[in-house]
Design a protein around this ligand. Sequence first.
Ligand SMILES: NC(=O)c1ccc[n+]([C@@H]2O[C@H](COP(=O)([O-])OP(=O)(O)OC[C@H]3O[C@@H](n4cnc5c(N)ncnc54)[C@H](OP(=O)(O)O)[C@@H]3O)[C@@H](O)[C@H]2O)c1
Length: 314
Amino acid sequence: MQAVVYERTGGPEVLTVREVPDPEPGEGALLVDVEAAGVNFRDVYEREGRRPYTATPPAVIGVEGAGTVAGTGERVAWLDVRGSYATRVAAPRDKVVPVPDGVDTDVAAAAMLQGCTAQYLVSESYPVAEGDWVVVHAGAGGVGLLLTQLVRARGGHVLATTSTGEKAELARAAGADEVVVGYEGFPERVRELSGGVGAAVVYDGVGRTTFAAGLTALRPTGRMILYGAASGQPEPLELHSLAGHGSLYVQRPTLATYTRTPELLRTLAGAVLDHVAAGRLDVRIGGRRPLAQAREAHEDLEARRTTGKLLLLP
Ligand SMILES: NC(=O)c1ccc[n+]([C@@H]2O[C@H](COP(=O)([O-])OP(=O)(O)OC[C@H]3O[C@@H](n4cnc5c(N)ncnc54)[C@H](OP(=O)(O)O)[C@@H]3O)[C@@H](O)[C@H]2O)c1
């Protein structure tokens, strides 16, 4: 089968697409023909050798995708199966979820990791309530577009941030009430829009360039949820500063916690795929590339050239 393999031989990492033996599904695993694999920031970190993302090289990269079980034709999707940038993957049975009728397989692949993230952010990290003002950074990104829709579905108002006017249009189409282009001045703007109160929550996947300002955007006892760091890690936080900003809460969540058992994964992914099947959640596939262009796909993501989900098609 064809797969994208990363290797390190002393110098910088190398990503190659080559023929490798089919994976052998062990006890309780399924052999799946991959229809689409999701590209995520964690894959960039895996390629770069960052812990805990990396396996011992040489290894097949990627963790997200959807496809059909060889032999049965059952359609399944997953968000945490190593070796997903490939034509075939061996997926533990308790790491896959069924793709409901009415949801295309590539859409299911696109919805899994970022959709489940958006879902736990709005329901668990901070359960958004009717009338809340919410800041969504990188509002045209994979998580951002889904998060905005889910916040709006719960009756919240969204101030999104993006780097360009074009991306701002996408954020607006997903339901953002207001978009700040360029990340400057969003705390003042959300305070204005909320009648001087401030945001109930800031969902921050950008990190270094947004975190400190985000703390000043929150209402008293508001929540700063730092779920990613696309621009790099923020400066260390002096905990006592949370008092001065209005007794704030801070969380650094990870999807692994919210999918740590097969039941949690099934419930979370089931909720997301149900939203998609019912037409309540629009999953934007912003780009599709063949497996052979995995490197270019990573460069697109790192250079902020993507919107919504980027897929690799074996
Ligand atoms: N904790 C979790 O459970 C979890 C789960 C999924 C993802 N994540 C993390 O969440 C973050 C967003 O993930 P995603 O997949 O939805 O990505 P994404 O939003 O589709 O892409 C990242 C976006 O961040 C913005 N950005 C701002 N500064 C940037 C910079 N210096 N370099 C690159 N991008 C920058 C860009 O949008 P603009 O051009 O509009 O600025 C870019 O398109 C990532 O850090 C990811 O690792 C965490």
